[in-house]
Design a protein around this ligand. Sequence first.
Ligand SMILES: C[C@H](CCC(=O)O)[C@H]1CC[C@H]2[C@@H]3CC[C@@H]4C[C@H](O[C@@H]5O[C@H](CO)[C@@H](O)[C@H](O)[C@H]5O)CC[C@]4(C)[C@H]3CC[C@]12C
Length: 810
Amino acid sequence: HWAPVPLPPTWHLAPTWHPGCVLYFRWWYKKTRIEKKSAFIDLLCAVPLQQIYGCPLGGIGGGTITRGWRGEFCRWQLNPGIYHYETVIADQFTVCLRCKGQTVYQQVLSVERPSTLQGWNWGYCGHYAFYHALYPRAWMVYELPGQNVVLTCRQVSPVIPHDYKDSSLPVGVFIWEVENERDEDVDVSIMFSLQNGTGTKEDRSGGHWNEPFAFEKEGERVAGVLLHHCTRVNPFTLAISAREKAGTGVTHLTAFNPMGSGREVWQDLLRDGRLDSPAGKSSLTEKGEVTAAAVCASCRVPARGHRTLELALAWDMPRVHFGSKEKLHLRRYTRFFGSGGDAAPALSHHALTHYEEWERKIEAWQNFPVARSQLPSWYKSALFNELYFMTDGGTIWVELPPDCRAEDLQGPEGAGLSHLLPVLREYGRFAYLEGQEYRMYNTYDVHFYASFALVMLWPKLQISLQYDIAVTVVNEDVQPRQYLMCGQTAQVKLKNVVPHDIGDPGDEPWQRVNAYLMHDTADWKDLNLKFVLQVYRDYYLTHDSLYLRDMWPVCQAVMESELKFDTDNDGLIENGGFADQTYDAWVVNGASAYCGGLWLAAVCMMCKMAKVLGDAEIQQKYTDILSKGKEAFERMLWNGKYYNYDSSGSETSSSIMSDQCAGQWFLGACGLDQGEFEVFRKGHVVSALKTIFEKNVMSFAGGTMGAVNGMRPDGVPDTSSVQSNEVWIGVVYALAATMIQEGLVEEGFRTAEGCYRTVWERLGMAFQTPEAYREKKVYRSLAYMRPLSIWSMQLALELALPQGTSPRRA
Ligand SMILES: C[C@H](CCC(=O)O)[C@H]1CC[C@H]2[C@@H]3CC[C@@H]4C[C@H](O[C@@H]5O[C@H](CO)[C@@H](O)[C@H](O)[C@H]5O)CC[C@]4(C)[C@H]3CC[C@]12C
């Protein structure tokens, strides 16, 4: 009975609503009802919880198709950043077994009993099937009742650390291992059927068609069917295929009606374990008509023997428009497979001839922590399975247009980013959503947490993302607009500040930033600091000094902007008395543990960067600020056990914030937590973490749900805001990493375990980890970016390991 956070607050209280709610509903009405567009956050239509998801298919930024743990194809993101949740019934695997020339068993490998395709044998008993996932792989084992045959389907997607080619491919491979435990040979066929489309009304819009294909290269042949989905915007081709090899035959059915009984398909397969394989294209679908196709791979499995059938799904949507349709974008994979829309056969061939290499690399990568037996199983699952969001976060990876000039990006004045073009040309542009329900790309205050996964596994994408942010820092958008929380009007983007996000896929990301219009984030205290912290962290992990040099002036510019928040010139910034940071509904006033801590960490990193770059003047400037600021921070916030939430003296100033050591988290990750660079006293950090463990973790839900964001010193959650009594999973993983860095390893694992077990086991939210939940009944924003911060736990563990034993490399 868990439900999305009840927004809007109950209707009968409408007269008492905060003006922010009223403004939001007014804005929502105009957007969705008058302009007929979708809202970047639709508080009136939260995605309902379905406990069905499994491992998604596809590489990075080419779109994703999620399969459920029951094998269904049920979550679609082909148009960049736009999700729909529809189980397409025709998308199935069906097995046919034949002995001595007679079909003895034919079964759709699905527990469904749908109202379409009734001529098929549905209702496979789930009792005989087993599902495991370790992203980007999944395994489905089917014991075929009474048949003495076991099928294991290995599902693999090309998501490979440090690989910037195959990791961009929109493909998934299904390797079917067939074990024949009979004393006689069995002819086994696996049929893969697929609807032309993704289950939306566009499937019926007419003009779609299918055609068989075969593709041969270097002696390897694959065959299957192409399903051309001919929409006006973002047309695409799906391809189902199988690898032909000695002893494996591949047959197909070009088109059938997935809305009918499907009897002709069923009988065709039943007759001889093969499909009819007509030549030539299908006709175009009429308006209202839906079409589907099937491919079938067959082989003889000897008595007590074992064989493999290899099938693939590829999709080719090379040229994409976002919602505004202003600009054409070419996906990353087009640099290897072309942008003509005819790449599906080559993609299928590549997938079926390279998946063994992918599996080898993925296994080597995953084996490192998996092999370390002292790491608990839940952690290994969390570490890899949370990574699903890297591809299934509405992720888009596009090429920079070849004619793009530095001035086009940086504006006429230029930002002096000497390596901007080479980086973006070579590695493209990467963006992922804050959440599947919070449709903003690269939300920066949240990416701060998630960025550990990116920099550890695809560092060039993190560097590219940072260049994009640096460009937006130097640009402005003077368009005025009303902000919904406070009602004030201000320009969309100020110069020399970090934006909240780089835009809405329903509009034109990169071109128009700051889709978020709840607050004017030019006044947020954390965004600029999070840029500086990431720059140094990235440099520390990648040793990319060209990047450091390019980012240095940008860091100085945003720190200059930030300095104006130190209104009393004590070396410490003050919050503004509104929710001016990532906790955007939790008010902070005066000096604060969260933003003050981030500030000191950023100032420390400015000193460090100035030292590396030999900029003595700036080093001195920030060294002076740091020594003043440290003293002010301790004086105003340290209470003998932990750092107070803020210095305002309000009723909840003394709340214990689980994220109070965020600055120390980044410092520790960069080896800047001791000696000349020690910012926060070791004893204080450890005492604060122990207090958080005792209060926010162990005194909340019996220690089984991670750390609540805010706890009163008497052990009651802080309910002063709608976010202080939430648990943010991504914050908890970051907290766990900080604990590990500070030697509180057991506490760290215990803390993180609570979140993993709550989300993945108790609430059934596999592959849709939300931003937040409360102790009882309520969660918020399914499939969210922040939990990728689990990779910082891994970094913390690696830093404690001897050099050269890093599992980061595939
Ligand atoms: C308008 C309401 C009343 C204002 C007030 O009393 O001051 C607001 C009260 C609660 C707000 C909602 C809180 C949760 C959502 C937050 C979301 O922002 C994104 O979320 C991240 C935090 O989880 C944040 O780090 C990120 O930067 C943000 O992009 C915006 C939608 C909320 C549903 C928000 C909406 C306004 C309230 C209802």
